[in-house]
Design a protein around this ligand. Structure first.
Ligand code: AMP
Ligand code: MG
Length: 315
């Protein structure tokens, strides 16, 4: 359910209206259990191109295609590995993206010109209803400007993208705060054994267990945009601490700084992370001192996002 109503030309809770906008080739920011996505009909090249314009994202970065159901995998890939079968049977609908060889008719705009395609069936019930209504694949990267913090509420999307959206064609579908708050786990199933490209909402331990340990290690060239060094970055500086005592010392030495430490509850840490970074920016905080959780469970994805938020920024 929506947690707030805003009188606004973009924000709506009307799923039928959102489906109409998608069919007409518009962009709709959609709630998912991970983060808000900026969605378009994945078979409409012009609509997909506008995602890149609105995000300011390099055109060679591939987008995840969100599907109404697992049966539609075959519309996008004709070669589904045993690992992909196993993972999608267990984790869909949910925060897991599989990379598969693309079918020839999948748009280059969606795959960034790669011969692979990223697929996911989201669990969020509003995303799911929209997908059932349209019945098609929706290309949807996170609904933020390239390199910045992912949005976890409709208000975040509005703050970040309203200036770039077109009121004649585009909408923001308000489904309240995202349940999980952190992006999907991406698993490359085009290689044997499969490889985790990005840590996310499905813990690496679960992927490993489902594949009975048959996984390639994660070292190697960055192939997912979230794998470049600086990403998920707020305007404020992000400094990292390994524990609460280090964080207190670092904060004392850093003017206009605040501590972010939810290491006692990783579900809350994932849920709050991006909102806290945004809120720090709104209040003009100069530096966030974030305590890194251990690499277990959701901790791995949280560490990854914090490390990228703390990385040197491109000028
Ligand atoms: P975002 O939703 O903005 O986090 O972006 C989706 C992520 O999925 C990006 O990091 C993409 O690079 C990644 N992705 C989507 N499709 C593919 C693909 N075919 N190969 C590798 N990575 C992909
Ligand atoms: Mg993103």
């Amino acid at each position: 359910m929506a947690t707030h109503q805003r009188v606004d030309k973009f924000i709506t809770t009307d799923i039928e209206r959102a489906a109409d906008a998608i069919r007409a080739g518009g962009l709709v920011a959609i709630p998912t259990e991970t983060v808000y996505g900026l969605a378009a009909d994945a078979s409409n090249a012009q609509a997909v191109q506008r995602i890149f314009e609105v995000k300011g994202r390099p055109a060679d970065h591939p987008l995840i295609v969100h599907l109404p159901n697992r049966g539609q995998i075959s519309h996008w890939s004709a070669e589904v590995s045993q690992a992909a079968e196993t993972l999608t049977a267990a984790a869909w609908p949910g925060p897991l993206t599989v990379i598969l060889p693309r079918r020839a008719d999948v748009l280059d705009e969606v795959t960034g010109g790669l011969n692979t395609v990223g697929l996911r069936v989201p669990a969020d019930h509003i995303a799911s209803q929209l997908l059932q209504l349209t019945g098609i694949g929706l290309a949807a990267p996170s609904a933020n400007r390239y390199g910045s913090v992912s949005p976890t509420t409709a208000g975040h999307v509005h703050d970040e993208l309203a200036a770039f959206l077109d009121p004649a064609t585009d909408l923001i579908l308000d489904g309240g705060p995202c349940a999980l708050g952190i992006e999907s786990t991406i698993v490359d199933c085009t290689i044997e054994p499969a490889q985790i490209l990005r840590a996310g909402g499905i813990p690496a331990e679960d992927v490993e267990r489902l594949l009975a340990g048959q996984l390639t290690g994660t070292a190697g060239p960055a192939r997912a945009s979230g794998m470049r060094e600086s990403h998920y970055a707020p305007r404020c500086e992000v400094k990292l601490a390994d524990n609460a005592a280090d964080a207190i010392a670092l904060q004392a030495a850093t003017p206009n700084s605040e501590i972010l430490d939810l290491t006692g509850d990783l579900v809350a840490y994932a849920h709050e992370l991006y909102g806290r970074l945004r809120h720090a920016d709104q209040r003009g905080v100069a530096s966030i001192v974030a305590v890194l959780p251990g690499p277990e469970g959701l901790g791995l994805a949280i560490r990854d996002r914090l490390t990228k938020a703390a990385a040197p920024r491109p000028r």
